[in-house]
Structure formats: C-alpha cells, structure tokens
Design a protein around this ligand. Structure first.
Ligand SMILES: *[C@@H]1O[C@H](CO)[C@@H](O)[C@H](O)[C@H]1NC(C)=O
Ligand SMILES: *[C@@H]1O[C@H](CO)[C@@H](O)[C@H](O)[C@H]1NC(C)=O
Ligand SMILES: *[C@@H]1O[C@H](CO)[C@@H](O)[C@H](O)[C@H]1NC(C)=O
Ligand SMILES: *[C@@H]1O[C@H](CO)[C@@H](O)[C@H](O)[C@H]1NC(C)=O
Ligand SMILES: *[C@@H]1O[C@H](CO)[C@@H](O)[C@H](O)[C@H]1NC(C)=O
Length: 354
C-alpha cells in the first residue's frame, strides 16, 4: 500500500514535470523577463515564461499591469531569500523558477510560505504602484471613515489595497483555478496559503503620518493608510511558517476539506499556513526529497539562533576562514559641513559548515 502510494506520487511528479500540472508559482519566472521586452503590445504576452493561459489572457487585457507584475516576481524572490537567509532552507531554489525542485513542487511548509509570500507580494506591489501613479487603472486608496485622531488630518495618497488584492489574486490564483489538473488537496492548500498571504498584507495596513508646521513644530500631521514594507510582511509570514499546521484532505460534511492532521476537531484557521507533506531537516543534500543540504553554508559562531554553527551545520562541525572587509574609518567632521574618512582593511574570521 505504502509502496503503491509512493509510486503514485512519483508518477504524479513525473506528470507534473512534463505537463506543467503544478503551475502554481511558475509565474515567478517573470523575474527573468528581459528588460528589452517592452511589454506594450498584447503579442508580447505569449513570450512571457511560466504563465497559464488564463494568465496570458489577463496579460492581454491588463497589459499596463505587467511591468508591475514582473517587478513583483523579482521582489517576491528577494523577500524570500532575505527572510530565510539564516535558515537551513534558504529559499535559493526559488531562482530555478519555473522549473522548481521537490522542495517547492510538493505540498511542503516551504512551498506554503512561498505561495503566501508570492500572493502578498503581487498585491503589495500593485497597491504601491497605484500610489506612485505608475498605473493608469487605479488611483489612491479611499479616505478612511474613522476620524484621524487629534491634531491629524487625512491626506496624502493611501495605498489602494483593494485594487491590489483584486488584481493580484486574479493573476496569482489563476493557475489554481484551472480545472482538472493536479491534486485537489494541493490546489486547496495553495489557495488557502495564498489567502493567508493576502490576509497578512491586509493586517499590515497601518496609519502613517507626516509632520507639518512652522520649522518642524508638527502642529499639523497629515495621515494616510499605508502598507508596511514587504520585508515586514515577509517576517510576519515567516512566523506563520514556523508554526504552520500539517493538514490532511478529508471529508467533512458533503465535501472534502483540509483539516489539521493531529487535531481533527477544529477547522483550519484563516490565519495559519498549512502543508500536506513534511520536509526533511535540510541537513544533507538529497534531491529526492528536495534538500540542498548545508555543506559550505556560512554560519555564525556567536549566534544562538538558526544561523548558529551548531544548528546550521547539524552538528557536523565547521571550518574557519579569514575574510577581508574594507570599511570607512577615522572619520572626521569638518566645519562646515562635510565628513572625511579613511579606508581601513580588517580581517574577520568566518565559518562554513563541514
Ligand atoms: C513599445 O515600446 C517600444 C520601446 O520603448 C517602442 O519602440 C514602440 O514604439 C512601442 N510600441 C507601441 C505600440 O507603443
Ligand atoms: C482605489 O481607491 C479609490 C478610492 O479613493 C476607489 O474609488 C477606487 O475604486 C479604487 N480602485 C482603483 C482602481 O482606483
Ligand atoms: C543557500 O543555500 C544553498 C544550498 O545550501 C547554497 O548553495 C547557497 O550558497 C546559499 N545561499 C546563501 C546566500 O547563503
Ligand atoms: C552573529 O550573531 C551575532 C549575535 O546574534 C550578531 O551580533 C552578529 O552580527 C552576527 N555576525 C554575523 C557575521 O552575521
Ligand atoms: C540567545 O541566548 C541568550 C542568552 O542565553 C538569550 O537571552 C536569547 O534569547 C537567545 N536567543 C535566541 C534566539 O535563542
């Protein structure tokens, strides 16, 4: 039975590779779009890599959005690598888009994070593009209904979150809405995690203010609703990644749902990331399970977090090497008004995992 299900999985995987069943986040390959592609004509849409036909259609009908979506793909990759730089799984494999390895093809905790982050990023980027006036189809977000607080007034340009969420979800969820492809459980997992990403983005909307008044007296403050920086949203999602819930696809009522594996009695929460398959510990290289291993990864001898040599190297030990860093030093302030510095070279000891 077990052997058979493994054969099935292998078959599904082979199918996925050859027919593009698992299209979910392949659109991140847009990050490789050559700058020379002007993206100002609908026939450019089919030259883009990693899109399902519904996304090509969206490209044709919303051509003016595509530069922003290409930018979002780049931002998502950057945010993922930055958020996981200190982890054994460091998101470097996202660069392989659209041909991911098993760490991102299967229903893993890592893929849960990447789906959520990608969904949050595309909506974030579109909402921000509205604010900066880069998109003809949208303008500043609405003025909030509540009063802005004493001494404050609403002004400036709010991030148009609703437009970002609408267009972002249309584009990034399109592959999961394709009928009769891939497993239902995987589709549900991907849609759920994408929604968690958008929820984290909604939660990041905050009131931002700027001071006005005579010589910075701040007698009047202009406020607007703005989104937090993407790296903060990514950090929030990383926390959810660390506490993600393993789920199974099981009948509940008339339909099958994702329900927590260990604690069958509650439905999945809208705020939690879910995954179907456990990940390896990522200590050793093993392509069959999507592990890249931590050999030659840099570790931090004085940290006690996940980048510590102990945790990063999985107890295998580490090798020291010396590195030169060039810094500005002996800086001197000159009246008035400049600073001069010298360049100093310093050697630092660094460590890489055995
Ligand atoms: C598209 O952009 C290219 C390069 O900027 C320009 O040469 C071309 O005329 C544009 N085409 C249209 C239809 O706007
Ligand atoms: C953006 O926000 C404004 C409110 O200022 C709203 O009227 C508009 O429909 C929103 N969407 C777009 C596409 O501008
Ligand atoms: C991320 O991990 C991979 C695989 O272990 C490694 O090759 C790569 O150098 C790492 N990247 C960074 C920035 O540490
Ligand atoms: C190592 O970790 C310590 C403690 O967290 C931190 O202060 C230091 O900047 C880190 N060093 C490097 C090279 O990242
Ligand atoms: C590292 O250790 C210090 C002191 O033992 C502790 O206060 C701190 O919370 C630890 N940090 C982590 C990330 O475990």
């Amino acid at each position: 039975m077990r052997a058979r299900s493994q054969v099935c999985e292998a078959l599904l995987f082979a199918l996925a590779l050859h027919t593009g069943v698992c299209y979910g986040i392949k659109w991140l390959a847009l990050s490789k779009t050559p700058a020379a592609l002007a993206l100002n004509q609908t026939q450019h849409c089919k030259q883009l890599e990693g899109l399902v036909s519904a996304q090509v259609q969206l490209c044709r009908s919303n051509l003016e959005l595509m530069r922003t979506i290409v930018h979002a793909a780049r931002e998502a990759m950057k945010a993922c690598r930055r958020a996981f730089a200190d982890m054994r799984w460091n998101c470097s494999s996202i660069e392989l888009a659209p041909n991911y390895l098993l760490d991102l093809e299967r229903g893993t905790r890592e893929s849960a994070f990447v789906y959520a982050l990608s969904a949050a990023t595309i909506s974030h980027t579109i909402a921000r593009a509205c604010t900066s006036g880069d998109l003809p189809g949208c303008s500043c977000g609405p003025v909030p209904g509540e009063p802005p607080g004493p001494g404050n007034r609403w002004g400036g340009c709010a991030d148009n979150l609703s437009y970002g969420l609408l267009m972002g979800a249309k584009f990034s969820d399109a592959p999961m809405k394709v009928k009769k492809t891939g497993s239902q459980a995987n589709k549900l997992m991907r849609l759920h995690n994408s929604e968690v990403g958008r929820q984290a983005l909604r939660a990041s909307l905050e009131t931002k203010c700027k001071c006005h008044g005579v010589s910075g007296s701040c007698s009047i403050r202009t406020c607007w609703k703005g989104l937090q920086e993407l790296r903060d949203v990514a950090a929030d999602l990383k926390t959810r990644y660390l506490s993600a819930t393993k789920v199974v696809h099981r009948p509940m009522g008339t339909r099958k749902h994702l329900v927590p594996k260990d604690l069958d009695i509650r439905p999945v929460k809208d705020s939690e990331l879910v995954y179907l398959q456990s990940s390896p510990d990522f200590c050793m290289k093993n392509e069959k399970v999507g592990s890249h291993g931590t050999q030659d990864r840099q570790c931090n001898k004085t940290s006690n977090g996940s980048d510590s040599c102990d945790l990063m190297c999985c107890g295998r030990g580490y090798n020291p090497y010396t590195d030169r860093v060039v810094e500005r030093c002996h800086c001197k302030y000159h009246w008035c008004c400049y600073v001069t510095c010298r360049r100093c070279e310093r050697t630092v000891e660094r460590y890489v995992c055995k």
